[in-house]
Structures are given as C-alpha cells and as structure tokens.
Write a protein that binds this ligand. Sequence first.
Ligand code: A2P
Length: 253
Amino acid sequence: MYRESVLDTRHYTDTLFSFTTTRPPSFRFRSGEFVMIGLETDGKPLLRAYSIASPNWADTLEFFSIKVPNGPLTSRLQKVKEGDEIIMNKKPTGTLVLDALLPGKTLYLISTGTGIAPFASIIRDPETYERYERVILTHSCRWVAELQYGFDLMKVIEEDETLREIVGDRLTHFTSVTREDYIHTGRITKLIDDDTLFKEVGEAPWSPDKDRVMICGSTAMIKDVSEACERHGLVEGSNSRPAHFVVEKAFVG
Ligand code: A2P
C-alpha cells in the first residue's frame, strides 16, 4: 500500500469534491483506469475504487468524489485537508482505456455525475489525440452547479500551453442537466435518441465504422447508454477484445 499526502482539496457542492495527492514515483497507470484508495481507520484500511482523474504524465494524482451522507469512507474523506495521509493500492485497473477500443474517427466520452473522472484523465492524454480526430465529452447532472468540475477542467486545458496545442479545437464539451432549466435539459439517453447530441456537435449518429464510445455513470445509466450504442450497431469491447464501446460504473461510497 502506498501512503500519499493530500496537496489540495476543492469543494463544488454539498455532494461533490475533488482532491489532489502526491504521486509515488513508481506508480504507473493508463489514462482512464481506477485504483483503490482510502483512509486508515483504527489501523485498518478503508478503501474504495476511484477513477484517477489526472493524466498519466502528471506528477500528482487527482480524484473527484461524491460525498455520501453517512458513507463509511466519503463522510471522512470529504474532510481531508492539505498534509493529511491517504492510502492507495499499488495496482490500477479498468476498462475505460484506449486499448479496449478499435481505431476510429470520433471518440465519445459519455458521463453522468462523478463519471466524468476517468475522462478528465483521457482528454488530457496526448495519445487520445493521436488516435482520434475528434473527442466529444458529454457530462450530464441533476443540477447546473454539479457541472462545475467539467467547466474547470476545460479551463485547465485552455490555460495549459502544451495541452492547448495538442487538443486545439478537437475537443467538444457537451453538458446537460435533468432537474432545472439549462441550454440542454434531459437525460443523455434522450439527447442521443432524439439526435440532439449529434446535431449539436455536428456529427452523424453513431456508426461502427467511425465512432467509439466510453460510458461512465450509474448502473442504470450504463445499461441504457449501452443499449443505445447497440441500437446503433456498436459492440462492447474489453482489454482482451477491443471493439466499439466500453463501460465502467462511477464509483461511490
Ligand atoms: P435524473 O435526474 O433524471 O435522475 P445520479 O446522481 O442519480 O447518478 O444521476 C446523475 C445524472 O444521471 C442525472 O442527471 C440523472 O437524471 C441521470 N441518470 C440517471 N439514471 C439515468 C439513466 N438510466 N440513463 C441516463 N441518465 C440517467
């Protein structure tokens, strides 16, 4: 188990926060993977799976978390501050990795809530732009305030000269909310089914010859977006059998 120091925390809403930690020099991961992290309580490790939100070239690690009322880990983790220690398993893993997809033209990253975390890593990885002409990140939440992590992430990319040069105009951030008025309202499944998403980003609906999709959100969201992929003829892939789309649950706890 690694023991790392918290460097910074940021609170977005009363249910969402992010934090950065030191990175062990020997720790390697592929953008989009998750790792077990947590706190030691009474000498025992309390761990949950968290997607790594930072890109694999960064010196620090970043995580984006929900605050679960009375959640065994997050009720304590939300209180960490600079200098506190977190523990981390040595082996990252996951299916939301570029290697689990066949080559294609456009990569869609479909997220709800904290499901944006693995994609925060993938959209900052230069390899993503070597493999795809265009990257479309969708983030849907209940409330507008919950979209803030994604807006800040876009700003980080715009303000980083190297990333800005690599990404150029090839990354599109599409947002929607389901419980208040906004430019796009409705679940991402509805916005896929009625072609709003495709019209807004100026692309034809999904097809297996050009589009690849990664999905991260709740169990129900993954099921429904997977079915939408299948209706467009896309086939689910994995590390050992790359195909057109891959899924992973956004971790909570
Ligand atoms: P809704 O407000 O209609 O439930 P959650 O925090 O529950 O995971 O929800 C995050 C976002 O995902 C919300 O906007 C929610 O919409 C949406 N959502 C929940 N279930 C699904 C689903 N099966 N398919 C698509 N979007 C979903």
